[in-house]
Design a protein around this ligand. Structure first.
Ligand code: UDX
Length: 491
């Protein structure tokens, strides 16, 4: 029998390729680790830039080296090392990936298909659907392809509803930006008729141009998702069931395998004696774990944890509104402010950050540059998560049973925030960012509304735990995916 044969079939060798953002890379690394448990050969294609940071700030090299069937490979993202790689340059990052990585990726696939020796030939690519060139290449080179999306089903479904929104003239918004009433209800997204407003649609829907390049890109991605053999997303049936039903009308072979951070850690720790049930870190910044000792000295549910993910940047005014809102709320806070997240020119940004750091310390609170977020969310001292509603943060907060205060900034965050506050009722949304609103809502969630929110999110947390346990929906979908990957044909 050939070295790489299993019951007469070639052992699967998958190549996983995330968009090089923290949120996308995190969840796909969690997926990779979960697949390693099943003995599949995995090549994880990271950008050179992210791989250097991942190995510098985490134990990922050592952690993954225990899997003989796992390897990292890297690819250039075409950007200089000091490029900001933040929300303001998001589309530049995407375009650079396509321009630089596409030809390199083609060569890698061709080489990987002819692998011999220790690695079986490449049998399938699981690529981030935000980089359609990866799937196009796989089809051209006749390699099976699966799309992975790092965002919620509810956001994906709004992408598929773009044609309906334009046909019903709900898009584009008529009038000048400051004249548009963003509270107007949206009726053309099936399953969201009762609560979706203009302001809850993904931020890039606000264009006046129906031929906007970003909308054209979304149409192309939608088309690709309906044609590819399978779509894998980081959510769970009990969370987004009704929207998943809508989505499956377009993409029947859809695998929900979330919360991936928990599924990965559960499988990781079920195969080792380690007590903690927190996934190991995949951070691209150095985590300041001193915040854990600080949390240990706080009363239960007494702390506001605030973090806006890896891409958001703050202007000076926004930063000041958050600062005064938090301080005036009278609550202790743990605030993550990445050094690259203050969009203030010259030395003023550093001065403001230093004042916020010192001012927090004087008031018994704490500001760090980057935190071990999953550990923080699972700490008993944390009472609420003030978040931008990035999907990984949202899933981590639900799994940890921590109510949220949502201030969405861009992309999928608006619709995620609307589901948190209006559908799942596990948090409150900040529709505007001013100190008075922040103070009021923080007090609401930490005091009057605490009971109902904790009970509500506790119920969702239980469902999340159930779905990744033996016989749970995400676990079964993962097993089905692995069987499909092992079989010669993906349906
Ligand atoms: C991006 C988009 O902004 C988001 O809208 C989309 O849903 C996913 O891609 P990001 O902004 O980085 O993601 O936010 P999020 O999805 O929440 O991912 C952030 C990740 O960084 C989380 O896994 C979180 O645990 C981690 N994190 C964040 C830390 O480990 N430490 C921190 O201090 C902050």
């Amino acid at each position: 029998m050939e070295q790489h044969e299993l019951n007469g079939q070639l052992r699967p060798h998958l190549l996983l390729f995330p968009f090089p953002g923290q949120g996308n890379m995190n969840s796909m690394l969690n997926l990779a680790e979960t697949l390693c448990h099943s003995g599949l050969h995995i090549t994880f294609l990271n950008s050179d830039h992210n791989q250097q940071r991942l190995l510098r700030f985490t134990d990922a090299q050592e952690r993954f080296s225990r899997w003989p069937t796992f390897r990292f490979q890297t690819i250039a993202d075409g950007l200089p090392a000091d490029h900001p790689r933040s929300v303001s340059t998001f589309f530049e990052m995407l375009n650079s990936m396509k321009a630089t990585a596409e030809p390199l990726f083609r060569e890698m696939i061709i080489a990987a298909r002819q692998e011999s020796g220790q690695w079986p030939p490449l049998s399938c690519i699981i690529a981030d659907g935000i980089m359609p060139f990866t799937i196009d290449l796989a089809e051209e080179l006749k390699i099976r392809a699966i799309i992975y999306r790092a965002i919620s089903a509810c956001c994906l479904w709004t992408f598929f509803c773009l044609p309906r929104l334009f046909a019903a003239a709900e898009l584009p918004f008529q009038g000048d930006d400051d004249e548009v009433d963003m509270d107007v209800p949206i009726k053309s997204v099936p399953g969201m008729e009762g609560f979706l407003r203009r302001q809850d649609l993904p931020s890039f829907f606000r264009t006046k141009d129906p031929n906007d390049p970003v909308l054209q890109k979304l149409h192309a991605e939608n088309q690709q998702m309906t044609q590819v053999s399978a779509l894998v997303i980081n959510t769970f049936e009990d969370l987004e069931g009704p929207i998943l039903t809508q989505l499956r009308s377009q993409v029947p072979n859809l695998y929900t395998v979330g919360p991936l951070h928990a599924l990965s850690s559960r499988r990781q720790h079920s195969s080792s004696s380690s007590a903690s049930n927190i996934a190991a870190s995949n951070s691209l910044w150095k985590e300041d774990s001193s915040c854990m000792a600080w949390l240990n000295s706080q009363l239960p549910k007494s702390v506001v944890y605030m973090s806006f993910g890896s891409l958001v940047v703050y202007g000076k005014d926004t930063l000041m509104e958050f600062w005064h809102g938090l301080v005036n709320s009278g609550k202790l806070f743990l605030w993550v402010i990445r050094p690259d997240s203050i969009n203030v020119s010259g030395g003023e940004g550093e001065t403001i950050l230093a004042e916020v750091v010192d001012g927090a310390k004087e008031r018994g609170s704490l500001v760090v540059e980057w935190a071990p977020q999953e550990e923080v969310l699972n700490h008993p001292a944390v009472g609420v998560f003030l978040t931008h509603s990035g999907w990984n943060s949202t899933m981590e907060s639900i799994y940890a049973g921590v109510p949220m205060i949502c201030l969405p900034c861009f992309a999928d965050q608006q619709v995620n925030s609307r589901f948190v506050s209006e559908v799942w009722k596990v948090g409150m949304a900040l529709d505007i960012c001013d100190r008075g609103t922040i103070e009021r809502v923080v007090r609401d969630v930490m005091e009057q509304k605490r009971e109902e929110l904790v009970e509500s999110i506790g119920g969702l947390a239980k469902l999340a735990r159930k779905c990744i346990s033996e016989g749970g929906s995400s676990r079964c979908n993962l097993d089905r995916l692995i069987q499909d990957l092992r079989s010669i044909n993906l349906v």
